[in-house]
Ligand binder design. Sequence first.
Ligand code: COA
Length: 383
Amino acid sequence: MRDVAIIGVSQTKFGELWDISFRDLITKAGLEAIEDAGIGGADLEAMYIGNMSAGLFIKQEHIASLIADHAGLTPIPATRVEAACASGGLALRSGIMAIASGYHDMVLVGGVEKMTDVVDPTPAIATASDQEWEAQQGVTFPSLYAMMARRHMYEYGTTREQLAMVSVINHENAARNPKAHFPMEVTVEQVLGSSMVASPLRLLDCSPISDGASAIILCPAEKAKEYTDTPVYVKASAHASGTIALHDRKDITRIDATVHAAKKAFKTAGLEPKDIDVIEVHDCFSINGILAIEDLGFVKKGEGGLAFEEGLTRRDGEIPFNPSGGLKARGHPLGATGIAQAAEIVWQLRGEAGKRQVEGAEIGLTHNIGGTGGTAVVHILSR
Ligand code: COA
């Protein structure tokens, strides 16, 4: 296996993007990543695109070849990768494996979702849960995570205010990220006063319905310096699966797939959580910011809420968390999220993150999950 490097990254603005089509959105992200890498489209040998549900959101399937066609990249092989909200993370892993194996020397991985073109996106998102046992019984994603939050509060005494702090810290960072969907600060009081979605989760505990795209260019590590002075190296790429339905879990206060993927990633990289300088984790609802830092091993089980309350997860804290603003405030265009997380870590490691820079960051971690944890993908990247 060869070592792999990231030589180019991009992210479009996330938000409600009415004036750009699905195909133009991902093409824009791809072209910006190509430009960032200093290569030409003709250098690309393959493309992997993370997308959860173009069929339901824009009534278009077969999107990988649509994108290759629209971007003028035919006949390179173009593959769509789907693992619900982890589609982007898994597309990145697919590209990494294609380079590591020696199959390809230059790969574009991208992620895209256009969610705001449907009137009610909730049933489309719910297809990532168990249809027979969850979605058809009326369960939605906010309500699944609400059950996990309730149980965490019951088991560990996690408070409503601690959940709110996850959103407060995400929004502090998003306010410094011009590409974020909701770049404004919020207070604990505003979170607690926002409208109820699924008790105990309120509007400001939830990631939004976003449009957006992101892209990354990968090549073998030994060639990276031919293209850039600031390559970022892939230290580990780990993927695990877990039960899709919550009722099949012994414990709904932890996501086993995250625990397994994290263990594998740290072992592969020869690192421990204390070695990581910055993290981008999958906080689709505030409870999941807490579960993520526990399941990844940054704090003990049950102590995630306290870590947010004490500000350990601020940019200048012990566990710099979601400098981009996270899913909550940067936005969560499902298939794009895993790629955008890695793009953010690359900007952090290059020292190019502007007002949201985590000083001196050398090693970063991304954590992308599908559904309530049927899939988890963890990457460790280093300068
Ligand atoms: N955070 C902050 N503000 C938000 C927001 C969010 N997540 N979602 C919407 N808003 C704002 C809108 O900008 C709008 O503001 P305005 O009145 O000033 O224009 C207002 O809240 C109402 O927006 P609307 O689009 O009508 O909200 P909604 O009630 O239809 O949807 C949620 C809100 C939380 C239900 C929806 O964003 C949601 O389902 N989120 C979860 C997505 C999800 O499940 N993703 C997969 C995770 S696994």
